[in-house]
Unconditional design. Structure first.
Length: 239
């Protein structure tokens, strides 16, 4: 048995390919009567306020964003824009080709799996439709917990739901939101995914000083847990 009992993943940029805001976001701005660049500027600088969920539901959050941008659309326009934004974020989201195979292989090895994601209201709504959903034992979303990484609350919430100690968990992420140092401070082992496509990934508050272990593909996670199992097994035989 490996010493890790679970592998927990960041979502955007880790289980997914590099994320950038696509053309569909312009439709949301148009519905709100807002300049697209102005809307993007507000979305960028208020990401963490929105990702905590403290501004209310998706409609209330978008109304607040509009006020920051200096526009005041009707309730009908806001509802339409919420649906438009959901479609736009979903269109930006493409799972890595190895995401499903790696999650399945981990579960076949007897490990639990999960996602810990800084996100706004859209991801919890559409993740159940993705192929990875059935392979996740736990899903922890900042917008529901009310905290963002690197706050230990997100990591400890995942552990609590799994019934595991932080030391039982391996955390894998691209390094946004200082998530790797956050995972380590919470007591987990952390590893950075440094896939080539992440050079263009939309990221906030990156773990720029990370000096810990790094992998280039999700498939390398399997080697990490297999090596861990071999070390434990060798130790047992030596005793």
């Amino acid at each position: 048995m490996p010493t890790y009992q679970a592998v927990l993943f960041d979502f955007f940029g880790t289980l997914t390919r590099s994320v950038q805001r696509g053309a569909a976001h312009a439709d949301t701005a148009e519905l709100l009567g807002c300049d697209a660049d102005a809307l993007t500027e507000v979305l960028d600088r208020t990401y963490y306020e929105r990702a905590t969920g403290r501004l209310g539901n998706a409609e209330a959050t978008l109304r607040w964003v509009c006020a920051q941008a200096g526009v005041h659309p009707s309730d009908t326009a806001v509802r339409a824009a919420v649906a438009s934004r959901h479609r736009a974020v979903r269109a930006d989201t493409w799972l890595r080709a190895d995401a499903v195979p790696v999650l399945a292989a981990l579960r076949q090895r007897g490990l639990r799996t999960g996602v810990i994601s800084d996100c706004t209201h859209e991801l919890p709504a559409f993740l159940p439709q993705l192929a990875v959903a059935r392979l996740l034992d736990v899903r922890v979303f900042s917008v529901q917990v009310g905290r963002c990484k690197p706050d230990p609350a997100l990591y400890l919430t995942a552990c609590q739901r799994l019934g595991l100690a932080p030391g039982d968990c391996l955390y894998v992420g691209d390094g946004g939101s200082q998530e790797l140092t956050g995972a380590e401070r919470a007591g987990m082992t952390a590893v950075r995914l440094a896939a080539a496509d992440l050079a263009t990934h939309m990221v906030f508050n990156a773990d720029l000083d990370w000096r810990g272990p790094t992998i280039g593909t999700l498939r390398e996670v399997l080697a990490l847990v297999d090596v861990d199992a071999e070390v434990v097994g060798a130790g047992g035989r030596a005793g």
